[in-house]
Design a protein around this ligand. Sequence first.
Ligand code: C5P
Length: 415
Amino acid sequence: MTITQTLSGKRILLIIGGGIAAYKCLDLIRRLRERGATVRPVMTRAAAEFVTPLSVGALAATKVFTELFDRDDEQDVGHIRLARETDLIVVAPATADLMAKMATGLANDLASTILLAAGSPVLVAPAMNPHMWRHPATRRNREALARDGIRFVGPNAGEMAESGEAGEGRMAEPLEIVAAIEQVCAAAPKPLSGKRIVITSGPTHEPIDPVRYIANRSSGKQGHAIAAALARLGADVQLVSGPVSIADPDGVTVTRVETARQMQASVERLLPADAAIFAAAVADWRAATEAADKMKKDGGKGPESLPLTENPDILAGIGTHGSLRPGLVIGFAAETEKLIEHATAKLKRKGADLIVANDVSPDSGIGGSGVMGGDRNRITLLSQDGAEAWPEMGKDEVAERLAALVAERLSGSER
Ligand code: C5P
């Protein structure tokens, strides 16, 4: 059975509290990921007594965050980024203790600190003993949280796992939590609504004569995946694509071009925009003259040389151009050596705010057919603030993360 991607591209931060119901989170994570969400798990110390971070991490296919003062975690992501780089925070199971901390604004561990720094909607799935749930203190906390805009799913009535007592306090079932999450996500305005983004993708073909051309190995997979991810976040995406054999991304307006000059003209026609992303592998040179007829072998010999001329640099033109320059300009740098050095030089020379650098050398360590044409990528993000190396991941995930970054950078900015 295929499951509808109702949560496609949604970044969910799942805070797992310390209760017996924590085991249900394993199923919850699976069901959220099946629906297209990415799940970042945070566990309280008590939660780790009920389920192991190893199982949670394996199901989420990512790192599990547990400590506020973990030097590695803080350097890697940091609690403020955990709180901010997310579309929805889900607390499940929410213990009486976690609810009390949230209601009073206590921040003395990673989970409560994230909740205090949260900028996205929060959904709480309480789970506790019926006496604790009925206690006036918990009732007060629940009301205070509801007034703060926190949403609730459950608890349900039934038998308690640990004591066999019956009453209200059982955590909602994973599918009920999924339904509540879908509802919150559907109601939330998309972060890139109203933003126009121009993106180039694929190779360019530079004609030599009517049948031959200069090209490169770009498949367009990464650029197209970014276009799709931006569209899922609500952006008006204008994709200018060179010749590729992959399908047009959903929800995106596509302009098809062949040459660098056509690509440049299309990009300029589509501006102004809030952001421009240059993921195309534009041919740096083209044949100085395009033969009107197919070039013939002359007595078995071809031409001794093929004079080339430089193509316009589309990114540099826009990046350093005053009036048409979008507020956010992102370039790519595919390198086979001295990745950081070359990419940093491009950041400056081309007037980009960010450069997505990747190693496309055959020994880059990326499996399968490598970065060019393959499905995986390992990028380093370069900006004025320095370099940030991302681990190897699927091109779709790189796209999701880049789109989230664009949303973050554009939030609150006007064209
Ligand atoms: O100089 P290089 O080709 O490595 O630069 C890569 C970056 O510049 C990419 O973002 C690419 O899309 C952009 N570029 C461009 N026009 C060119 C050459 C590169 O927009 N003619």
